[in-house]
Write a protein that binds this ligand. Structure first.
Ligand code: CP
Length: 307
């Protein structure tokens, strides 16, 4: 019986190709189940999961919750806003109190990089990182990479450009690790101020001209400008960003080739992507969201030791 070589999902950096392929095989099975009239599966019937979110989320939070319900787990949801964190309770006290209620697995989102790693060292439970600051967002990268595989039949050899705010993006880092583990070629493209200085050392191509990047790639994964994480101005205005790095239909039509368009969400329509691209036949943005539930079911199932 195949198993993951880890008790936690802290980042893609901690997974190897075999782990990712096992998650994708399991995801494909769950995707098939999710397309049946009866979508529920009893696998996690005796497992209790806490979704602990210290930062806002729509897709990740709902997707984990639905994945847990599809697997028949018992779940509790915690949001820092409105909780005793606002009275000064520490992170570890909060999590230890949640675990005292006999919780088996913790899904954690936090604005500080490394929080899931801190928890994994200090508590006796499976930890799944649902996004830690600017560090990693492993289930997003798994669903992005699975979506490329599902749509095109392979990841190996594909040329994938990640466009935009690479500096503040946990999605970018996790995608780079996942794509490279599966032998894809990766490029990052954005304004020089939003590209980390040493990003090339990760073995990715680096480009600041969006046209050249699009001419190079098979797949473009377009990121949101994360204004909430920016302490200074990295470009003159959103209008200028859109003019130089925004993906619009006119630009794509001028390339004379087809590119698969992805976006992890939330979208800033008219900034990094126009509606005629986001809603076009080349876009798989909502398929990414659909695949996210099956990917998260696979991760929960495998980490619970059932796989
Ligand atoms: N992609 C993503 O993480 O979206 P949410 O912030 O809505 O969860």
């Amino acid at each position: 019986m195949s198993r993951l070589k880890t008790k936690h999902l802290l980042g893609i950096k901690n997974l190897d190709r075999e782990d990712i392929e096992l998650i994708f095989q399991t995801t494909a099975n769950f995707k098939e189940v999710l397309n049946r009239p009866i979508k529920k599966n009893p696998s996690l019937r005796d497992v209790t999961i806490a979704n602990v979110f210290f930062e806002n989320s729509t897709r990740t939070k709902l997707s984990f919750e639905l994945a847990e319900k599809r697997l028949s787990a018992d779940i509790i949801n915690f949001s820092a806003s409105g909780s005793s964190v606002e009275k000064g309770e520490t992170l570890l006290d909060t999590v230890n109190n949640i675990l005292a209620m006999k919780v088996d697995m913790v899904v954690m989102r936090h604005s500080s990089p490394g929080v899931p790693h801190l928890l994994a060292k200090n508590i006796n439970s499976n930890i799944i990182n649902a996004g830690d600051g600017t560090h990693e967002h492993p289930t997003q990268a798994l669903l992005d990479t699975f979506s490329i595989l599902d749509k095109t039949g392979r990841v190996e050899g594909k040329r994938v450009v990640i466009v935009g705010d690479i500096l503040h993006s946990r999605v970018a880092l996790s995608n780079i690790f996942a794509l490279q583990a599966l032998q894809a070629e990766v490029m990052v493209c954005g304004p020089p101020t939003l590209l980390p200085k040493h990003i090339g050392e990760l073995g990715v191509e680096v480009e600041t001209d969006i046209r050249k990047a699009l001419e190079w790639c098979d797949v473009a994964n377009i990121l949101r400008i994360q204004l909430e994480r920016q302490q200074m101005r990295y470009f003159p205005s959103l209008r200028e960003y859109s003019q130089y790095f925004g993906i619009n239909k006119q630009l794509l039509d001028s390339l004379n080739k087809e590119i698969l368009i992805m976006h992890p969400g939330p979208i800033n329509r008219g900034v990094e992507i126009t509606s005629d691209v986001a809603d076009s036949d080349h876009s798989i943005i909502l398929e990414q969201v659909e695949n996210g539930v099956a990917v998260r079911m696979a991760v929960l199932y495998l980490l619970a030791g059932i796989g």
